[in-house]
Design a protein around this ligand. Structure first.
Ligand code: ATP
Length: 298
């Protein structure tokens, strides 16, 4: 198996540093650390792969993302977690340029996403929720098209596409139409497209959902290698064990707000696991299941 060529280290890559992310959040529960109240750092420095400032999105009366401030250190593996409907996808969609913010600013590698979208998008690879692909292209054609669209020379695209298809176990499906791909295969070909131009930042919405365990292991290795080469990975997930395994940093969202963010160990605090910390931070409650007693009546 040949490894993907991630090219030169990402511009502005730095070792992870403490994440400051001031926010008027509710106090954290129990023995967990209080949410950091540091002053916002300069969003244009090279130390921040991503900086959000007062980022807000409303849909009618619904405030999906509520004045979010967040700094993602360059070189970090950053997990974005939160209950269903917390605002993770809405946040990532605004960062990737798919959704117009109602208010606030977003800086990728110091570039204002909505002031200079082309420059910002050149710095990102995106695996969005609700994948929309060119269904009538084969996987290989899709990568070739997207690589050329990114301005890469044809021979570089071909070489990288071949490596990525091989590593992600899609070589045999390279000539198959994307329309005929399974859910997991679609996720993998989109991840390949996100990696193709070796961007300094990867934004991945639930990257391992629907991916088989062998491919999931490969993707974890690829992402770890990418980060070791200087890249920054931001991904949303509901799988706390995965976040604990991979992430250097984590942000917990609830009801459109960041309720905790920072280095993984700091956010976990004295809780036994990130899962326990998450439960307390988002005000989780055990559900009473007596009403389902009919399930045992057979
Ligand atoms: N296009 C839309 N129109 C109206 N409301 C929306 C729209 N998109 C998202 N929302 C609402 O915004 C809130 C945040 O949704 P979002 O998809 O960002 O949450 P999430 O944290 O990604 O959830 P999940 O973990 O379930 O994927 C939800 O209440 C959702 O119903």
């Amino acid at each position: 198996m040949s490894g993907p060529d991630f090219g030169a280290p990402a511009p502005g890559s730095q070792p992870p540093s403490a994440t400051s992310a001031p926010q008027g959040a509710e106090p954290s529960a129990g023995s967990l650390p209080a949410y950091p109240a540091a002053a916002p750092s300069d969003p244009r420095t090279a130390q921040q792969a991503l900086a959000l400032r007062d980022l807000t999105k409303t849909f009618g009366d619904k405030v999906a993302v509520d004045h979010v401030n967040l700094d993602v250190p360059a070189g970090s593996f950053f997990g974005l977690v939160g209950p269903n409907g917390a605002g993770k996808t809405t946040t990532l969609s605004m960062v990737s340029g798919l959704l117009v913010p109602t208010a606030g600013r977003i800086f990728v590698d110091g570039v204002d996403v909505w002031a200079d979208p082309a420059a910002a998008k050149a710095r990102m690879g995106v695996l969005p929720e609700g994948l929309r692909l060119f269904e009538r292209l084969s996987g290989a054609e899709l990568l070739s098209y997207l690589g050329r669209l990114r301005g890469l020379p044809a021979d570089v695209v071909n070489q990288r596409a071949t490596s990525l298809l091989d590593v992600l176990d899609l070589s045999d499906a390279g000539d198959k139409l994307v329309a005929d791909y399974s859910t997991g295969m679609r996720k993998k070909i989109t991840l390949a497209a996100a990696l193709l131009h070796s961007p300094p930042l990867l934004l991945l919405d639930e990257p391992l959902e629907a991916v088989d365990p062998v491919s999931a292991r490969t993707i974890r290795t690829v992402l770890t290698q990418y980060r070791q080469a200087g890249g920054t990975v931001i991904f949303s997930s509901h799988v706390m064990a995965l976040v604990e395994e991979l992430c250097t940093h984590v942000a917990v969202m609830a009801a459109g707000r960041i309720v905790a963010a920072g280095e993984l160990a700091t956010v976990r605090g004295s809780a036994a696991s990130l899962d326990d910390a998450f439960f307390h931070l988002v005000g989780g409650q055990e559900r009473h299941t007596e009403g389902l007693s009919w399930l045992q009546s057979r």
